[in-house]
Design a protein around this ligand. Sequence first.
Ligand SMILES: [Zn+2]
Length: 108
Amino acid sequence: MIHFEDKTINFHQLFSLNKSCKFCPECDLIIGQKAEIDDSLKQIVASPPFNLQINPNDYFVFGTLEKKDWLKIQKEKNTQKSTLDLVHPFIDTLDFEIQPAGWYPAGS
Ligand SMILES: [Zn+2]
C-alpha cells in the first residue's frame, strides 16, 4: 500500500499496486525494487481516472494487503478508512544498494 502526494497540484491518493514481492522468511523481509515500484506507480497515475502527467516520486510504501483483502477492496468501493483497516503496516523499512561484484580496496 502506497501513499502518494503531489503538493504542487494538491493531489494525494492511496494506491495498492497488486504487486507480489520477494519474501525472505529467515529475515522476515518483504523485498521490492524501487525502480519497479516507480514504473508501476507512474503507469497508474497516468491512467484513468487520474490521467496525470507527473513524475510520482513523492510517495512512501507503508504496508501490505492480503490478496483476499485486495480482491474485497476491488469489489466493494471501500473508503480510505476501511481500506486502511485491512493494511498490515510495515514495522520498519530498510534501503539496500547493490554493489557490483568485484575487488575493492580494504575498508571500502
Ligand atoms: Zn533473508
